[in-house]
Design a protein around this ligand. Structure first.
Ligand code: NAP
Length: 484
């Protein structure tokens, strides 16, 4: 296992501009912090709008030759990149733990999951198919072809520093698109390390740029209004997504939006309660609750609510909180002091409206941005955390009576990303899965992300799908050629 000093000494910290490491044009750098201590880990180049313009020039210049590169060759580069991520798995895992805070075991899980998008889309690259048919009039042949959309911009969040990037880079490169990636300012290191992987894998110059910046809007605004950019793919909050959609509307820019969630976790009276508690632990505590798919509201039939609450509180209270690289740590720090303050504000709001604290409920004293695993029982309907993303290790439990009330509670939100249902009845499982307004439904499962499954939301949780065989379509245009 590599130690943090050696890792940071070898970390690429300049911009990846068209495949080469270059300093920011302004010479400015910014600090990346360790959320477990708030200490500065390292400084990285701070991309300016001029660097963004140069990256787009490079992406445009490389687009035609990358699109014309045989799919098999594009696939081999992606496959090699996956192999290099696997060879450097310890480096990637420690990098994520240092800059984002999650426990090492979870970072290792993300290396496998995030790396897999490169392998999966290497396999999809050679299966981009069109179709041929005849007009029903008998008077014409119809040829449908697929073409890469062209230069793309990806904006990614801090919570899954590798996977949120590779879930976009994999399909874009496989489809024959060039890409500029703007990672979150809190976690630029993982993407900078991935830039090294792509350079080592032999990706041609110009195809991929990685531009950390403290001026997200200043860098991306001019790119979005440049007619040479053909697509924006964004993962982040619904609020920022709305702004980017408005900006994209001016040019009718193609967009994919992976936005916020408010996932219901619904436990019916016929559920296997121990399995439901296991599932709730996974759906709530993965990434310290900082996941768009995190169970935000735990709706439990009143017939089993007391027993479920007691079991969940015991499991949550037994978790060990500590720095992600400390042996035995199961719950790392939250990403920033601000995020921790937001989580605490939501907890105190719920308590002031009648919720009882079964465990946790107050920020951990001392350095770093730790918040203890918390269970709130008897949460009232007007508590803010039922409407807003908690993004922290807080399980809010609410009772309901009967199947329809469970479905209505699940759907009482403008979001529609993930939902979880626990029941032992097959009929009920299918009925509820059909009725729940979400892009993804876990039935008796607390973890649903899978490289082979389409990931995405409905309602205000987004537009489009990533991963699966659907994921590459987001980077392809459909062209109809009319023939005699
Ligand atoms: P965020 O504040 O929306 O930021 C996401 C990205 O957008 C960051 O790179 C950020 O840069 C950038 N950004 C912010 N304002 C911008 C602007 N005006 N113009 C251009 N870029 C801008 O979200 P976050 O706090 O990083 O991530 C948490 C959110 O992501 C949650 O809502 C979560 O549900 C959502 N999420 C969704 C999915 C999904 O697949 N649906 C997956 C993961 C996370 P800075 O870092 O500089 O602010």
């Amino acid at each position: 296992m590599i130690d943090r000093t050696t890792l940071l000494e070898s970390m690429p910290t300049e911009l990846w501009l068209g495949g080469l490491q270059v300093p920011a044009s302004t010479g400015v750098r910014f600090a990346v912090h360790d959320p477990a201590t708030d200490a500065v880990l390292i400084e990285v180049a701070d991309a300016s709008p001029a660097d963004g313009a140069r990256a787009l020039d490079e992406a445009v210049a490389a687009q035609a030759s990358w699109a014309a590169t045989p799919a098999r060759e594009r696939a081999e580069i992606l496959r090699r990149a996956w192999e290099l991520v696997m060879e450097r798995r310890d480096d990637f895992a420690l990098t994520m733990t240092l800059e984002m805070g999650k426990p090492l075991a979870e970072s290792q899980g993300e290396v496998n999951y995030g790396g897999e998008f490169l392998r999966w889309f290497a396999e999809e690259a050679v299966r981009i198919n069109g179709r041929y048919t005849q007009s029903p009039t008998g008077n014409g042949r119809i040829l449908v072809t697929k073409q890469p959309v062209g230069p793309t911009l990806a904006i990614t969040p801090w919570n899954f520093p590798l996977a949120m990037g590779t879930r976009k880079i994999g399909p874009a490169l496989a489809a024959g698109c060039t890409m500029i990636v703007k990672p979150a300012a809190e976690t630029p290191l993982t993407m900078l390390l991935l830039g090294q992987v792509f350079a080592d894998a032999g990706l041609p110059e110009g195809v991929l740029s990685i531009l950390p910046t403290t001026d997200a809007a200043g860098l991306t605004g001019p790119l979005l209004s440049d007619p040479r950019l053909r697509k924006l793919t964004f993962t982040g909050s619904t609020g920022v997504g709305r702004k980017l959609l408005a900006q994209s509307a001016d040019r009718v820019l193609r967009t994919s939006m992976e936005l916020g969630g408010n996932a219901p976790f619904v436990v019916f009276d016929d559920a296997d309660l121990d399995a439901a508690v296991d599932g709730a632990m996974a759906a709530k505590m993965r990434n310290m609750g900082e996941a768009c798919t995190a169970a935000n509201r735990i709706h439990v039939d009143n017939a089993v609510r007391a027993e479920f609450t007691e079991k969940l509180a015991a499991r949550m209270a037994a978790l060990a909180t500590g720095p992600g690289d400390q042996a035995g740590s199961q719950v790392g720090p939250l990403i920033t002091a601000k995020q921790r303050a937001t989580v605490d504000e939501l907890v105190q709001d719920a308590v002031s409206k009648g919720a009882t604290v079964a465990t946790g409920g107050k920020p951990v004293e001392g350095e770093g941005f730790f918040y203890p695993p918390t269970v709130l029982a008897d949460v009232s309907a007007d508590a803010r955390l039922l409407r807003e993303e908690i993004f922290g290790p807080v399980a809010a439990i609410i009772g309901f009576d009967g199947e329809q009330a469970g479905i209505d509670a699940a759907n009482d939100t403008e979001y529609g990303l993930a939902a979880y249902v626990y029941t032992q009845g097959l009929d009920r499982a299918l009925r509820v899965a059909d009725a729940v307004e979400a892009g993804m439904v876990g039935v008796n499962r607390g973890v649903i992300s899978d490289v082979a499954a389409p990931f995405g939301g409905i309602k205000e949780s987004g537009i489009g799908r990533e991963a699966g065989s659907e994921g590459i379509e987001e980077y392809l245009e459909t062209k109809y050629i009319a023939l005699q």
